[in-house]
Design a binder for this molecule. Sequence first.
Ligand code: UD2
Length: 312
Amino acid sequence: MERTFLVTGAAGFIGSHSVDLLLASGHAVIGLDNLRTGRLANLEQALRSGRFTFVEGDAADEATVDAVFAGRRIDGVLHLAALVSVPESFREPALNFRTNVAATDVVARACLRHGCPRVVFASSAAVYGDRAELPNRESAVPQPMSPYAAAKLASEELLLGYAASYGLQAVCFRYFNVYGVRQDPGSPYSGVLSIFTDRFAAGLPVTVYGDGEQTRDFVSVHDVARANATALIAEAAGSGRFNVCTGVAVSLNRVLDVYRRLYPSSAGVAYAEARVGDIRHSCGDAGALAKRFDVRARVEIEAGLGALVRGE
Ligand code: UD2
């Protein structure tokens, strides 16, 4: 049965991939984005589909969101619209609150008013902070270490509170280190894999901060989009928090081995001082997502980087 889903932050990295997958699954999608960091170019394919409607606007603006819901039946919301830069959340805490907390409230209350049963929300592994005991499980006590992480956690709490109060289904996904095409490599705080791919492709050297033995749970955007779409489409979703990760810790040195095979004549690698505030290791437990939604990340790092380099 064709259903209609609203994706906020549709023109962003994860948003546009999620839109593409929902459309490919035969659904109709409304995309809302204020184009502050999202790019219309990411939606090129979607805009040609005939089942995609784009609305330029801010998810924190009540009237805008209300107008999107008015007069149509929306079967679920994928709420990805966010201020995505952690450093920016330190510089602009009020904007961080508006975008990463207040907008969640606006979207959730619109769902309640208009009878939309489900919100799938983009939270972050950042809510865990720097925990010694890995892998991170959803039951761990969160330790936000940035305004960004605090806001993501606050939104989770708000949604789960509304779920308990009003029967909204709230699925909070804690994304780990997501990578893939359409991720902006433009800032020093962009994801390391988009920076490395961008630079190797241009024949430029990369910098590794620290000894390269730090690890991350790198998850392909295609696996993330599949988790998002599955949670929206699932017959019954319930509510809860779920890691979206591979469960595998991969070091930067291992990543560099993969790049050396992809770019045999690549430019060099320089090692520099570790970044202040960097986390040494991060890895999630993927069990809860697999159990609830039968979704497992299946793109391994070699294949995922190969696809990224080919632009897929
Ligand atoms: C994420 C956030 C970051 C901060 C951190 C806190 C993103 C993209 N970054 O960083 O802002 O909030 O979580 O937990 O969401 N690295 C290099 N060379 C580069 C770029 C990065 O060696 O050119 C290193 C970096 O120092 C780190 C690792 O690569 O050790 C991963 O960096 P990242 O920024 O991709 O991700 P993360 O989890 O450290």
